[in-house]
Write a protein that binds this ligand. Structure first.
Ligand SMILES: Nc1nc2c(ncn2[C@@H]2O[C@H](COP(=O)(O)OP(=O)(O)OP(=O)(O)O)[C@@H](O)[C@H]2O)c(=O)[nH]1
Length: 213
């Protein structure tokens, strides 16, 4: 295992494979925010931070593939949750580390990988996750792909919760309390206006003035 998860040894994984029941079942990664689909915000935020990108999606695969990054679907049907997407990505990644990012949180910190990597290296763990200062953000995570078999065992027992799987590996926790807005996400339609306000105010790693509206 590479000791320091640097840019070249890390694959960014955009988790866009959910059912989005609270958004009437729309494909969340394709919902437009400030004029651009969420998947585009995520790609733009990750590109400077990682050596490669994988998109985890279960619908509209051609649409996602048009962004030029490989698309991986969950091995199990029926929307089994984000860990299923993580496992597929860990199997497909060509790097020792993956950096996961939910597609519905467009204000990604510019230093997401570096801060997670520093924390992970200081504590010598196989997983590092973010804290927004109040709560753990389990899907913003740096994960060693050496854990793929362990995750597969966990899922094969019918377990689904990311917090429970990660807890078994005593994750390091990187404090992003100074950027708590970076974890604002889209769960319901009413979240759209807050996210657009935050983007316009310049939160996050991507310049909203480059949006095509
Ligand atoms: N690959 C994959 N990703 C998922 C799955 N379920 C959720 N995700 C992703 O994980 C992140 C958090 O998802 P949630 O908000 O908990 O679930 P959701 O399906 O998006 O929305 P709800 O159905 O309204 O809870 C989002 O980026 C989802 O796209 C899944 O079954 N497979």
């Amino acid at each position: 295992m590479t000791l320091v998860p640097d840019r070249a040894s890390t694959t960014g994984v955009i988790l866009a494979g959910g059912r989005a029941r609270r958004m009437d079942g729309q494909d969340k990664g394709l919902i437009r925010l400030a004029g651009r689909p969420l998947i585009e915000w995520a790609i733009e935020a990750l590109e400077p931070q990682v050596g490669a990108i994988l998109i985890s999606a279960n619908r509209n695969l051609d649409r996602y593939a048009s962004y030029g990054h490989p698309v991986v679907s969950d091995p199990l049907g029926g929307f089994q949750g984000p860990l299923a997407g993580c496992l597929a990505a860990m199997r497909a990644a060509r790097t020792p580390w993956i950096l996961t990012l939910p597609c519905d949180a467009p204000l990604t910190p510019r230093d997401l990988r570096t801060r997670l990597a520093e924390t992970r290296t200081a504590e010598q763990t196989q997983i590092a996750i973010c804290s927004d200062g109040t709560r753990r953000q389990q899907l913003h995570a740096l994960i060693s792909v050496a854990l793929a078999d362990d995750l597969q065992d966990f899922l094969s027992r019918g377990e689904r919760k990311a917090a429970i799987w990660q807890h078994r590996h005593r994750p390091a926790v990187a404090d992003f309390g100074d950027q708590s807005d970076a974890f604002a996400n889209l769960n319901e339609r009413t979240d759209l206006s807050r996210l657009e306000r935050l983007l316009a105010a310049g939160s996050g790693s991507v310049d909203a003035s480059r949006s095509n509206t």
